[in-house]
Design a protein around this ligand. Structure first.
Ligand code: SF4
Ligand code: FES
Length: 267
């Protein structure tokens, strides 16, 4: 029986939701049953549960806590594990999900409460790669440099990242105990390195991807590209930035050899 049939027959939808009071605390699942509504998504269902947070056992519990803002897959805040797969709750239609629908917080970020996590790790990585264009004032600088339509098309897709963290969640190399930056910051480094003004800081961004937690920690599992809600070509971004890192490493070796020759003096 598919879910639409199940919903039509029982006229209810069952949710199994992870409950956790705070970071690092013990957790458990609460089960809720709500009336079936055609076209409902996970966020609208969470709102329905919030109206009367009573479990299927009839126990009144604290309302479930989750993050959401735009409700149209733009802000990236509602990422969570839905039936074991990370995705955006606002675009996850109940009709397309197996029941009971299991909701869990992302596991690669510390839980704040219930389904809400702290994605600071990703924002710190974006700072590490300087994922921005430096400006020296707010005065009018006139029209920007021209870009080819091909570059514009590539950059547009990269710029649609909503910092949801799904790519980090799906990556086996990202763990709570390490500091691998993950796919999104690598892809943003590529975006800003392509920018005509951002190119000025390209070497700095590329160097930020060297060393511990950098691009060499990528295990090429390619899970990131499968879960990205914006279908950003993350594996291409990783390959491109890997090439840039390799070029810099070769340059460094070359300069080191040159320096050693100079230090040794003539003869
Ligand atoms: S690259 Fe995709 S999956 Fe990763 S944070 Fe950006 S939008 Fe989310
Ligand atoms: S609420 Fe903004 S992406 Fe889902």
């Amino acid at each position: 029986m598919d879910n639409a049939q199940a919903g039509a027959t029982t006229k209810t939808v069952t949710f199994r939701i992870w409950r956790q009071d705070g970071p690092g605390g013990e957790g458990h699942y609460d089960e809720f049953r709500i009336p079936y509504t055609k076209g409902a998504n996970v966020v609208s269902s969470l709102m329905e549960i919030q109206r009367n947070p009573v479990t299927v056992q009839g126990k009144k519990v604290a309302p479930v806590v989750w993050d959401a803002a735009c409700l149209e897959e733009v802000c990236g805040s509602c990422a969570m594990n839905i039936n074991g797969r990370v995705r955006m709750a606002c675009s996850a239609l109940v009709d397309k999900l197996e029941q009971p629908i299991t909701l869990e917080p992302m596991k690669k970020f510390p839980v704040v409460r219930d389904l809400t996590v702290d994605r600071q790790r990703m924002f710190e990585s974006l700072k590490r790669v300087k994922a921005w264009i430096p400006v020296d004032g707010t005065h009018n600088l006139g029209p920007g440099p021209r870009q080819s339509p091909k570059d514009q098309a590539t950059m547009y897709v990269l710029s649609t990242c909503i910092t949801c963290g799904s790519c980090l969640e799906a990556c086996p190399q990202v763990t709570m105990d390490n500091d691998f930056v993950g796919a999104a910051p690598i892809s943003q480094a590529r975006l800003f390195n392509m920018h005509p003004t951002g190119k000025m800081n390209a070497e700095e961004r590329t160097r930020a991807l060297m060393g511990p937690g950098g691009i060499q920690d990528c295990g090429k599992a390619q899970n990131c590209v499968k879960v990205c809600p914006k279908e950003i070509p993350l594996t291409s971004s990783i390959a491109m930035m890997n090439r840039e890192v390799s070029k810099l490493l070769i340059k460094d070796i070359f300069f080191k050899e040159e320096e050693q020759k100079h230090a040794a003096g003539p003869g």
